[in-house]
Design a protein around this ligand. Structure first.
Ligand SMILES: [Zn+2]
Length: 308
């Protein structure tokens, strides 16, 4: 079997409180849908991830910030930013989320075509070096990009982010390293307000694709694929990381894009095909947003199926 579904029971311990859109029911919806699809369930390997270590987290975060998250959790939690909270279980959840992604990277680098989808929370692509932001605590995908370069000797990394929000945290954490190319498609103007097309980062290694809501889904697919083409012209990645946000699906309460699960599947299978040409099919995908649990589950299953 080549495709893994990686998660960790501690990801459920991040308690955001009543009526918060980023809740544990999101992960449960994905797991339930997977269990109800015996064919896909049998085709993927279920793996319990691990916790990231403090040293690993410090590849992208200030040590004082990492320590503060542990401390706040020990105290029972607290408010981290306007819409990001910590609970007693947040340290366990956030380190598990990041650790699942690192486990997926280890797996991808151990053998060709060992792709994974990490069903984790809290999400990561808004997290900054020393600040939580937008439901995110640790920059899971940015961490994976630096980790694969530091611990596996990979040179070039491509990150593709199709969450409906700009991956401002990922951009901030990778844009100083020109061997990491970052492509983000997002609604604009929209939260968090960054991600203009002319923001290419200090090394022109960032491709932002800001788009209005309500376009035909094919438009979003074509725009993202064109940006991936630009980002990989004369640049052959050693691994592809996906920030898979399912809030870009039609019907998401925080979105406005019109993608259907079939478009997620299309983007995924085309990216897998390209990765097979570039880097023995090494792809690690990580859950970001997606706030309509039913749609999230449909999108995640279509994505997982296309990763096979
Ligand atoms: Zn989002």
């Amino acid at each position: 079997m080549s495709v893994a579904f990686i998660s960790h029971s501690d990801c459920g311990r991040h308690d955001t409180g009543w009526n918060h859109p980023e809740h544990v029911g999101r992960l449960r919806a994905i797991t339930r849908a997977l269990r109800n699809n015996p064919e896909l369930f049998d085709a993927v390997e279920q793996i319990e991830g691990r916790h990231a270590t403090t040293t690993e987290l410090e590849l992208v975060h200030d040590s004082a910030y990492v320590a503060s998250i542990e401390h706040i959790s020990q105290l029972g939690g607290g408010q981290l930013d306007a819409d990001t909270v910590a609970s007693e279980g947040t340290w366990a959840a956030a380190t598990a989320g990041a650790g699942c992604v690192l486990a997926a990277v280890d797996r991808a680098m151990a053998s060709p075509n060992a792709r994974s989808f990490c069903s984790v929370r809290p999400p990561g692509h808004h997290a900054l070096r020393s600040r939580a932001m937008g439901f995110c605590i640790f920059g899971n995908v940015a961490l994976a990009a630096h980790y694969v370069r530091s611990f596996h000797g990979a040179g070039r990394v491509l990150i593709v982010d199709w969450d409906v929000h700009h991956g401002n945290g990922t951009q901030a954490l990778v844009q100083d390293e020109p061997a990491i190319h970052f492509v983000s498609m997002h609604r604009w103007p929209w939260y968090p307000g960054t991600g203009a097309a002319d923001d290419r980062g200090p090394h022109n290694s960032v491709w932002n694709v800001p788009l209005p809501p309500g376009l035909a889904p094919e438009h979003y697919v074509a725009a993202l694929e064109s940006a991936i083409d630009s980002a990989t012209t004369g640049f052959t990645p050693d691994i592809v990381l996906i920030s898979a946000g399912f809030d870009s699906l039609n019907g998401d309460p925080l979105g406005g894009f019109t993608l259907e699960p079939e478009h997620i599947a299309q983007l995924t299978s085309r990216l897998v095909k390209r990765a097979q040409g570039w880097c023995d099919g090494r792809v690690v995908s990580v859950l970001e947003g997606g706030y309509n649990p039913d749609r999230l589950a449909e999108g995640a299953l279509a994505h997982l199926n296309a990763l096979k």
